[in-house]
Each structure stands twice: as C-alpha cells, then as structure tokens.
Design a protein around this ligand. Structure first.
Ligand code: AGP
Length: 614
C-alpha cells in the first residue's frame, strides 16, 4: 500500500503534492518522492525515511516551479526502503517518471526482457520495470496515453500507475487494475490520487475509475478509456468527509478501517506467490533449500497476536510437513535454555519487525545454529534483515495498535510457508498444494462476506455493553482464534477476557461460568467430524451453567445454530483455514464495544504499536 498523487493546474505542483502526500502518509512512510517536468527535463527529489525527510530536502534544495507533477509515499514490497528504490522511478532515457501502488507479479520476466533489450536498471523494485517499459513504448508512439494502455496489457498483478512525460509536461496519464485510483476535478486544475484525502482541501468533486481503465489529465480536461482505447464514463461523486475522516476513508478509527481492508490485505499477501510452473516463491531466500529439507524441528517465536498466528501455523505446518512445531513466546524462549541446533528452523512472526523480545529470541536461535525465516510486514525491518529468509506480508501500514490485518496476513503467510515447505520436502502432492492455494485465493471474498454482517456483530456489542467478563472458546486452530479474540477485547475495551481450548474448560475454568458470562465459541466446520461434535458438547456444558453463548459457526451448521443464543455465521472453509474468517467477527466486536465504551480504539492506554524494549 502506498500513497500516490498527481497534479496539473495553476498552483505550484510541488507544494500541492507535498501537502497531498502528508494526507496519505498513513498509506506508507518508508520513503517518498516528487517529480516535475521543467524545460523538457525531469526534476526529481526522492529519499528514504518519512515524508519529513523529503520536505527538509526540498526546503534546502527546492525543485523549480511547475504546474504539473507526481508524488509518492512508499510502503516497500519489493526492494528495501532507500533513496534508489523510492518513487518516482525515471526511465533510462530520462523522459518518463512513474509512481506505482500495488504489486507487478511479472516484473522479473519484464526486467529480464528489457535488460536483453539493453535497458540498465538501477533499483530492486517491481515498479522500475513498468517505468522502463513505458518509456520504450512512448518512444514508439510518442503518445503517453497509448503507451500506458499497451504497458498495462503486459502487466500481471495489481497496480495504480501515474506517469509524466517531459515532452508533454502539462499532462498526466494514470491507470488502475485491482488498486485504488480517484480523480479530483477542480476549476482549472485536476488531481489523480490513491485516496481522496490527498486533494479534498482543493476540490470535493471526484471521479472513481473502473477496473482496467486509463485516465489522461490536463488542467482543463479528463479523458477516460479502457486498456483497448474504448472511451469510458467514470462514476462521479461528491466527497463530504472532513480531511481527518478522509484519512480513515470515512471510518471512525484506523482499526475499523484496517478490519475492512483485510480482503485486500490478504489478497495482496497471497498475490504472485508462485512461478509460471506453479512453484511457491518466498520473498528473500538466503537459505540453501537442501537445509530446509533436512530440518527436524521448527520453533515459532513471536509475541501477542503474532504468537497466536504462530499457534495457527503450528497446526497447519505439522499437518502438512510432519515435522514437530513448537510455538514459543519470544519473551520466554531464550530463558528456558531451548533445544535448538543446525537442524532447527526458527520461524519468527512480527508485523513491525522491531519487537525487541522477538529480535532477541531469533538472535539466540541463530547463535544456537538455527536458520531463521521471518514473516514480517515491514520491508527492511531489523528482524527481516537479521533473518535468513523473509516472507513479507503485504498488509500495508497498520496504524492502529490493535493488530487486525497484520494478524490475518500473518496467518495467511504462515499457510504459504507451510505449503512451501511441504512442496520442498515432498510431503504433499502438487495437486494438494494447489487445492489449498485455490482455497486461499477465495478467502478475501469470504472475509468480505463476514464483513457484510458487521451490523449483526455491532448489535451484539451494544447488547453486552455493561458486561465485565468474557470467555472465548475454540478447539484446534479455533483455540488460537479464541486467544486472539480475548486479546482484542483486553487491549482496546480494557475488559477481562480469557481464551481457552474448549476441552480445557472442565479442568477448572468452567467454575467461573455463570449466567452473567457471555461465552464466544468458535465451532469447527461440520466436516471436522469429532472436533465439531465435541465443541457442540462444550457449548451445552456452558449453557447448562446459565452462560449466554455466542456461536461462530459455518452457515448451515444446524447443530451449532440450535445451541446458540446468538449466532454469527461464517462462510464455509476447510478446518485449517477457518481462522481467516472466524477472527473477523471478534475484531469487529472488540472495536465496536471499545467504541461504545468511549475508549481511544486506535491508541489504547498503556500500549505501543511496536514494543522495542524487552
Ligand atoms: C496485537 O493486537 C498487539 N498490538 C500486540 O500483541 C502485537 O501483536 C505484538 O506486540 C507483536 O508485535 P509485532 O507483530 O510487531 O512483533
């Protein structure tokens, strides 16, 4: 996820763009840049670090005045956050500047083709391949719109692109597929951006582009077409949000916005993970794959929600590769003198990539001879840099302290890692791996189906707003979901909430159950056989003690529905993948209850987004 803006009009483009980037810095902040065209040449300022670093550079070395330009604030996916990888990217002939949001799946093939055609690349990004290809097409057509259409038909993946041509400096061309792009229509000026927040201080009249469309902007014209050149009519809308609301896309909290971003975040995390032959690919592999074939134990180290994602990973990875998986709280790991050696694979999970407990744990594991694979949401973070391989989640920046899309993309990435290891070690047939990959590709839509039921969850939150204690139960991967659901409530509603493996209830915790205790129960899919039936029995046990039971179960699960005081239905999934849907109602519930209690949902008391101290 990155922030993009393009401007053409009578104002100073650099100032308009800088302000516009400030409004979307939540979309990415590891590097930023601006490009304008002056006297037939590009003038570009870009650097790593937050937008403030770019602003400081511009204050010291201002760009010339111009009425047209493009800007970008980055959340790295391909290539670390540094000056070279920062956008805009400039073509080798110096004619085209390009900014991009999304993932170009086939960038490696395009790069190889272009290098064979004599193009020299300078960055490690997927974006540069599009910039270089666009310049070659422009040299043939001398029409940026036509060149953009041609390039878009060659790109695979999700993208928003905005380009500037030095030989037509009062015109911008943008395109989108599976990535946001809106046009701001002003008086003698026009804007193009990933988010209306970038331009609503100048105009509230906007156009929403459809899938696979190209838009050509001048200060007084907006022309839209599809990739084949057929004219298209964009959807006009008026933006009535305040600037602050616009940064949250109209949501009240970043947390709620990030909950609703999860279909996209999981989609992006899964995108482009296998090559043309169907083989799974990880982002940065610095481990000999033969070493991965020889491991005889996996240790997952993480904290908080990331630890619960690790618990889900345990069930999946053990089932798929038949190697024992220990899941450890990073803060405990190195103090228990763990048994780790060169045949141990350490998997670390961290959204921020800076959690000190986790960092110290992997350092300890490495000293003991283990190889480390990181699942991380922050490209170039310390944990990623100190690991032997990285599988980046692509959730985009997670602003709210309470992790939601970070957690769901960690679980998604853990499944990918499990399938990658199963494929490498031959413990699953290719068709079995393919079946799970196909089911994973359907998950974003299933998450959306759960989000579409949000009002039902909100009604439940309102119903229990005076309750002080909550219990969450689940079995198998559902027990990790129960723990995560309880953590969300603790974190932002400041209420007592506990998650248990449902089978553990009768060994003590059931004593605290009475008619005042709402009990949330994650019921495995009916296909889980005994696992499903035992959870139904657990529900009856707690109902016998007067508890009010909120059941999360698959649509059509009659047995579960019949013993629910409040039923939250889930789309069908296989047993192992249910956390990707069952976690969502619990996130919504915690967010709504905390809101009703008047808490600061995004910045809950006593907590920080990244715990960089032990
Ligand atoms: C989750 O809602 C919390 N914010 C917290 O438990 C978090 O998951 C934990 O601190 C780990 O953070 P990390 O993923 O950045 O390492």
């Amino acid at each position: 996820m990155c922030g993009i803006i393009g401007y053409v009009g009578q104002q100073d483009a650099v100032q308009v763009i800088l302000e516009g980037l400030r409004r979307v810095e939540y979309r990415g902040y590891d590097s930023a840049g601006i490009a304008i065209a002056v006297d037939g040449k590009l003038a570009v300022a870009k650097r790593s670090g937050k937008l403030g670093s770019l602003a400081a550079q511009l204050a010291e070395h201002p760009l010339p005045s111009s009425g047209c330009g493009i800007g970008h604030t980055r959340w790295a996916t391909h290539g670390g956050p540094n000056d070279t990888n920062a956008h805009p990217h400039v073509s080798a002939d110096g004619r085209v500047a390009l900014v991009h949001n999304g993932i170009i799946e086939n960038f490696a093939e395009l790069r190889a083709e272009l290098e064979l055609r004599g193009v020299t690349f300078i960055s490690q990004t997927d974006t540069e391949a599009a910039a270089q290809l666009l310049a070659l097409e422009l040299a043939l057509t001398n029409d940026l719109t036509v060149a953009m259409r041609t390039v878009c038909t060659r790109l695979k993946g999700a993208f928003t692109l905005v380009a500037l041509d030095t030989q037509n400096p009062e015109c911008l061309v943008a395109a989108r597929r599976d990535s946001p792009l809106v046009v701001g229509v002003g008086d003698g000026e026009n804007f193009v951006a990933s988010d209306v927040a970038s331009f609503i201080m100048h105009t509230r009249e906007a156009l929403e582009l459809g899938q696979n469309q190209v838009v050509t902007l001048t200060r007084n014209s907006v022309q839209v077409s599809d990739f084949d050149g057929e004219p298209a009519e964009p959807q006009h809308f008026h933006v009535d949000w305040s600037p602050a609301a616009a940064e949250k896309a109209g949501f009240d909290w970043f947390m709620r916005k990030e909950i609703f971003e999860q279909p996209r975040a999981v989609f992006d995390t899964l995108l482009g993970r296998s090559d043309a032959a169907g083989r799974l690919l990880l982002d940065e592999i610095r481990i000999d794959t033969n070493e991965l074939r020889l491991i005889d134990k996996i240790v997952v180290v993480a904290c908080g929600s990331a630890y619960y994602a690790g618990l889900v990973a345990k069930y999946a990875i053990e089932h798929w590769i038949r190697v024992p998986v220990e899941v450890e709280l990073a803060s405990e790991f190195r103090y228990r003198d763990p048994i780790v050696n060169s045949r141990t694979l350490c998997v670390t999970i961290s959204q921020s990539g800076e959690t000190m407990d986790t960092l110290q744990a992997i350092r300890h594991a490495r000293v003991q001879g283990a190889k480390v694979i990181a699942i991380c949401n922050t490209v170039g973070a310390t944990i990623a840099r100190e690991s032997d391989a990285v599988l980046y989640t692509r959730a985009g920046p997670e602003i709210a302290v309470a992790s939601t899309k970070g957690f769901l993309t960690q679980v998604s990435a853990a499944y990918l890692l499990g399938l990658y290891l199963a494929q490498l070690r031959g413990t699953m047939f290719a068709d079995e791996v393919e079946r799970y990959l196909t089911e994973l590709s359907e998950v974003p839509d299933k998450i959306q189906q759960v989000l579409d039921q949000a009002e039902r969850v909100y009604a439940l939150a309102a119903d229990v707003v005076d309750t002080q204690d909550f219990i969450f139960l689940g079995r198998h991967v559902g027990s990790a979901v129960a723990l995560e659901g309880a953590l969300k409530l603790k974190e932002i509603a400041y209420l007592h909430a506990e998650g248990f493996a449902a089978g553990e209830l009768k060994h003590g915790p059931i004593a605290i159950i009475d008619e005042t205790t709402p009990v949330f129960v994650v019921v495995p899919p009916p296909g889980a056989g005994q696992l499903h039936d035992k959870v139904i029995s657990n529900i009856q046990e707690v109902r016998a003690r007067g508890a009010r039971v909120v059941v999360l179960a698959e649509r059509g699960d009659v047995a579960a529905g019949s013993c629910a005081d409040y039923l939250l239905e889930l789309p069908p999934t296989s047993v192992l993948l249910q956390p990707l849907t069952a976690s969502v109602p619990l996130q919504l519930f915690a967010c709504e209850l905390a809101t009703l209690l008047g808490n600061d949902v995004d910045q809950p008391r006593n907590l920080a987004k990244s715990v960089t101290v032990e």
